[in-house]
Design a binder for this molecule. Sequence first.
Ligand code: F0G
Length: 426
Amino acid sequence: MFCVGTGVGAIAVSWKAVLGLSVDGETARPGTEARAPQAENKTQATPIKIESRIIAIKYIHEHKPVLSFMLNLRTMTYQGLLHQYGHLLDLPPHIRTVSLLEGNTPLIKADSLSRQLGGGFELFIKYEGLNPTGSFKDRGMTAAVSEALGRNATTVICASTGNTAASAAAYAARAGMKSIVLIPQGKVAAGKLAGAIAYGAQVIQIDGSFDDALTMVIQITNKHPICLVNSINPYRIEGQKTASFEICDVLGSAPDWLCLPVGNAGNITSYWAGFKQYNEVKSTSLPQVLGVQAAGAAPLVLGHPVDNPETVATAIRIGKPARGEQALQAAEESNGRIIAVTDEQILDMQKMLAKLEGIWVEPASATGLAGLAHEIENGKLKVKGKRVVAICTGHGMKDPDIITKDMQKPLIVPPRLEALEEVILS
Ligand code: F0G
């Protein structure tokens, strides 16, 4: 968010900084930040990106007053998904925006990983772990909680394998609402549980699976005035469509293939709806969709619910996906498919992505890429000359234990240079 220090002096000095002038008259270089010097009233102005100078120069030429420039700059600054794409979402008029400036996540070109998988195609990672609570859930949660707040709901509830819980708790906190989250006992990664607690949710463990917890939250919201914010809530789907819009806006069109993990199947449903809508409005074409489940929790591949789903990718440890039908429809309509990969393939891909590209994601988030690798390896997916986008749904820091539990303890050396040299040079 663009901010200036308070007081006329601060604005004047910030204005100078916008032009790239420091107090001693030196011009700041492009790509650096112009840091506003101390204002007369000793108020420190916030650093301002030097690119803003271009806008500033335009305004000087047009003789517009500084205040008008400042106000316009504010509206040019990113203000979250509902501000950015709300006009394309099917949301009721009563919504009151609750935002943490979610979305606008980077689409990172992954050339090393593409080469590792055989090369000859463009691979992009949509890094959804960079959302405010560390997962893609924030896209849908801004919409769902904004709708709930708009009709004066006071409490939200969800069942969750962890990420929905953290996201619901954060947006409820921001809205001044209470949040209740039901999680499968002992099966939620540390970073997610910690998030839900930190944001002030009432966390309840169910001695059962995610599917049991989902059944319970549906039952309780049918009986009591509590707002359900799982992805069966249609506004979650609306919010999550924005990721497809962003991909098309960055690439200029939809990719040839989209691969992503599938758990409760809300996300694949949203992506497909988003791509279809954008194609209708902007002729951005459609991707083929590769949905990927974990082998121990693959009801959509097996064709029947899984009573005791089990996988290291706890985020997608789901046996009865609420939007399973729509996921199958997305795969079919797009001329894609839903496949399963083993836990070993998932963990191998998680490590490969971190080591080759510097992108650390939680295990479930590597599942889409693991599926892509599997299909390429088995000659089932011809990617030569194609453009592929893989959705990495959650940050690696959500589940640190999966990395640290088997790792060798880092060496301990005495605090002497020779000791360090011996270790790193020998
Ligand atoms: N990746 C991550 C990191 C997730 O947390 C989830 C779902 C998925 C993929 C699958 O998305 O359910 O829309 O098919 N997590 C839910 C939760 C179930 O409770 O956080 P989906």
